[in-house]
Design a protein around this ligand. Structure first.
Ligand SMILES: CCCCCCCC/C=C\C/C=C/C(=O)SCCNC(=O)CCNC(=O)[C@H](O)C(C)(C)COP(=O)(O)OP(=O)(O)OC[C@H]1O[C@@H](n2cnc3c(N)ncnc32)[C@H](O)[C@@H]1OP(=O)(O)O
Length: 283
């Protein structure tokens, strides 16, 4: 039985929420812990499409700290939207940006990646909707992905005229073959659920969000008889090379992001992409 909000982090106004205080609907990230299993279901809750702006990333980062501090037994990452897991990075954070905010934004994304990719507790993404770019990255940081039917997922950055950073690429390479990752990254492929299953980008297909959560729970249950310490040390050892590479290059990575995104050609591309998105949603 799900117990109510353990901690719902930063509100949409950017104010840190406290335990059990205001309604979960106001929160950017809702965390519920199952009394029996100890598993936390973490729900992204930034309508309409869970695009990752600085505030949402901060809320995710704080949530991951809470789970780690509380020695979480496992986390299921999902979304409150009926059709979108996450639309990826909020393009408004990159279009006509203020450099200081942009640096904080990228640094917070790096924090989320470190904490999720390297988390000591087991993690599963219950992908109950579309999951392009940064949305796909969040799911790739998890150890297992269950995806509902008839959605799309992938690192589609090249289609936007931008280059996915090397740590995005490493996360994808960790889930599928190097060859498939190279094809997917260079083409910016958005896979359907069935195609994603075929290349190993997702591990299981679900018929509904409930089914996805049930399958995610079954994955976490597999670790019941495994020593948590042995499990987490093994996971972290396997991922340590990717983690150290970014740790050693954090500042250069932020500078490269700012440089790349502020290029006039990239700004023009983002403008056109935003216009196309707006025109589509106005139809
Ligand atoms: C060598 C190293 C070099 C380093 C250089 C670093 C540079 C790399 C930098 C960044 C990497 C980028 C990562 C990203 O994540 S970029 C974001 C990519 N995201 C997408 O392409 C997805 C775009 N969205 C969609 O395709 C769709 O919205 C959808 C499929 C997710 C959902 O479709 P639907 O339910 O039909 O919703 P709408 O399209 O109608 O959208 C509703 C509403 O939301 C707005 N919106 C959608 N996505 C975003 C977004 N990512 N950011 C901001 N806003 C978004 C959309 O415009 C609508 O707005 P409205 O018209 O005002 O209602």
């Amino acid at each position: 039985m799900l117990r109510s909000v353990l901690r719902a982090s930063t509100t949409r106004l950017g104010v840190t929420g406290s335990r059990f205080c205001s309604s979960a609907a106001d929160k950017l990230v809702i965390t519920e812990v199952d009394d029996k299993t100890g598993y936390a279901t973490v729900t992204l809750n930034r309508p309409p499409v869970n695009s990752l702006n600085l505030e949402l990333l901060t809320a995710i980062s704080e949530t991951l700290d809470d789970l780690q501090n509380n020695k979480s037994r496992g986390m299921i990452l999902t979304s409150s939207s009926k059709s979108v897991f996450s639309a990826g990075l909020d393009i408004m954070e990159m279009y006509k940006p203020k450099v200081d905010r942009m640096k904080e934004f990228w640094s917070t994304l790096q924090d989320v990646w470190f904490k999720l990719y390297g988390s000591p507790f087991p993690t599963v993404a219950a992908i109950n909707g579309h999951s392009p770019a940064g949305g796909c990255l969040l799911s790739l940081c998890c150890e297992y992905r269950v995806m509902c039917q008839n959605y799309t997922i992938g690192l589609n950055e090249t289609r936007l005229g931008i280059v996915a950073p090397t740590w995005f690429m490493a996360s994808m390479r960790n889930a599928m073959s190097r060859r498939d990752a190279e094809m997917a990254l260079t083409l910016g492929t958005l896979f359907t659920t069935d195609e994603a299953l075929k290349v190993g980008l997702v591990d299981e297909v679900a018929t509904s969000k409930e089914d996805a959560i049930a399958k995610a729970t079954a994955f976490l249950d597999k670790f019941k008889k495994i020593s948590p310490q042995a499990r987490s040390m093994t996971k972290q050892a396997l991922r340590s090379k990717d983690i150290m590479e970014l740790e050693d290059n954090r500042t250069q990575d932020i500078d490269l992001f700012v440089y790349a995104v502020t290029q006039p050609k990239v700004q023009k591309g983002l403008e056109m992409y935003l216009e196309a998105l707006k025109a589509k949603s106005a139809k």
